[in-house]
Design a protein around this ligand. Structure first.
Ligand code: ZN
Length: 133
């Protein structure tokens, strides 16, 4: 696989509006998009930091992945996303090397990206996402 850069860092937050205020008022970043991703039961807010984004994730359902994460671990870094040429082949390659996949096939993420996740049990504790346009 060919990893191009860190596309974004996903951060689980309890309250999106409060978190946005911190990133805007204290860090002086500006939120350029808020998007709900019903598929993942989240509302997301995006900030650009150089070539990398910060993606804030607020749960819309306690049974969703972020809802469960917040309950277990509380707020904080949730996942690391790498931009790759081709999500499908990156997933296949990781799977063929014995990495446990959460997604066998790419699915649709925020901003219309194709995304796929690797299981943190196989990735030294970091939930890892591949994404491409
Ligand atoms: Zn992500």
């Amino acid at each position: 696989m060919n990893i191009q850069r860190i596309e974004h860092i996903g951060i689980a937050v309890a309250n999106l509006e409060e978190a946005i205020r911190y990133y805007e008022d204290i860090l002086n970043l500006s939120c350029y998009a808020i998007e709900e991703v019903p598929d993942q039961k989240v509302r997301t807010a995006f900030f650009m930091v150089g070539e990398t984004k910060i993606e804030l994730l607020e749960s819309t359902d306690p049974e969703g992945p972020i809802g469960k994460f917040l309950e277990k671990k509380g707020e904080g870094i949730h996942h690391l996303a790498f931009a790759v040429d081709n999500v499908e082949s990156a997933l296949t390659e990781a799977g063929s090397k014995g990495i446990r996949l959460i997604d066998q096939q790419p699915r649709k993420g925020a901003e219309g990206l194709k995304i796929g996740f690797l299981h943190p049990k196989s990735t030294i504790g970091v939930l890892t996402e591949f994404c491409s346009k």
